[in-house]
Design a protein around this ligand. Structure first.
Ligand code: A3P
Length: 317
């Protein structure tokens, strides 16, 4: 959670204060920046990233709309790409949350100095919630690669609402309100359909640049998903690795059960809600939990919006 932009001395303050705002998505004040509803306080860092980030052709980005399986995909991308660097007994994922192995680029611009990004050894694996159209040209036009994950919007909404409720003490943000705002496309990082479509369309045009994955497919066949990631980053598994069970070990170390069983990802008793967040990235890890939160009418309404928005794209969610 960032300071309200009014209370900062950001050079972009006036520009941001002039953007359309959405105050119903509690506890954030969202602003429409370049077609997407972003937390007001992060926009200065998005602008800095857009102006300053210099990709390397070896960079790999894990991109997503929030709550679509980013944490899982970060763990997979990290362990696939660095599989010759770490064994599975002293692996970083055993002591660090996946978000600490693969940082969000937006947050690096906010929390760290640029020299930190420069100091990272190649290949860098970085996270992004930014829409494709918001990425700096430097990322879009360079040889670096993007792995995108999407999910049934109904499950993404349920997951997002739970996550926000978990982070704040104010329990007054009702699911019914979140549902309305989400359907209007004015929720955090929304609209989801535009976010997904931009990456989908680009993945069709440039399959070597963007690998488009679905959370539900990964749940159905995690082994195949891990192989697809390895092939895409140009580092396919060798026969020897297959025989040694490296793919299974990666599937296992990134699995929901494994990660939630680790101390680093457990909730601490009496922990500060804004600091003790590792556990909040894991909830049920299933497809279809929307059935416990949406009525049939709500599901039909959201499905209809999704169908209309994706019409003609060849993508079904
Ligand atoms: P649920 O809230 O439906 O359980 P993100 O990582 O983009 O924030 O998305 C969070 C969602 O991914 C949550 O969904 C969480 O439980 C699920 N998730 C996190 N790690 C996972 C894993 N290793 N395997 C499967 N799902 C996982």
């Amino acid at each position: 959670i960032f300071l309200p932009i009014e209370e900062t001395d950001s050079p972009y303050k006036d520009r941001i204060l002039a953007l359309p705002q959405e105050k119903r998505w509690l506890p954030y004040n969202l602003r429409n920046y370049q077609g997407f509803w972003e937390q007001e306080g992060i926009i200065p860092y998005i602008i800095a990233l857009q102006n300053q980030f210099k990709p390397r052709f070896t960079d790999v980005f894990v991109a997503s709309f929030p709550k679509c399986g980013t944490t899982w995909l970060k763990a997979i991308a990290f362990s696939v790409i660095h599989r010759n660097k770490y064994d599975f007994v002293s692996h970083p994922l055993l002591r660090l949350n996946p978000h600490d192995c693969v940082n969000f680029l937006e947050l690096l611009f906010c929390e760290k100095d640029q020299t930190y990004l420069e100091s990272l050894t190649s290949p860098r694996v970085l996270g992004l919630h930014l829409a494709y159209s918001m990425l700096p040209d430097s990322i879009r036009s360079s040889e670096c690669k993007i792995i995108y994950i999407c999910r049934d919007p109904k499950d993404a909404l349920v997951s997002l609402w739970h996550w926000i409720k978990n982070l704040q003490d104010d329990r007054s943000f009702l699911f019914s309100e979140a549902f309305e705002i989400f359907c209007e496309g004015r929720s955090l990082a929304g609209p989801i359909w535009k976010h997904v479509l931009e990456y989908w369309n680009e993945s069709l045009k440039r399959p070597n640049k963007i690998l488009f994955l679905r959370y539900e497919d990964m749940l159905a066949d995690p082994l195949e998903s891990v192989k697809r990631v390895a092939n895409f980053v140009g580092h396919p598994f060798t026969k020897e690795e297959e025989i040694e069970g490296v793919i299974d070990k990666i599937v296992d170390i990134c699995s929901f059960n494994k990660l939630t069983g680790l101390d680093v990802n457990k909730k601490r008793e009496g922990g500060d809600k804004l600091i003790d967040i590792n556990h909040t990235f894991f909830r049920k890890g299933l497809a279809g939990d929307w059935k416990n939160h949406l009525t049939m009418e709500m599901a039909e309404r959201l499905d209809n919006i999704t169908r209309l928005k994706l019409e003609g794209s060849g993508l079904n969610l």
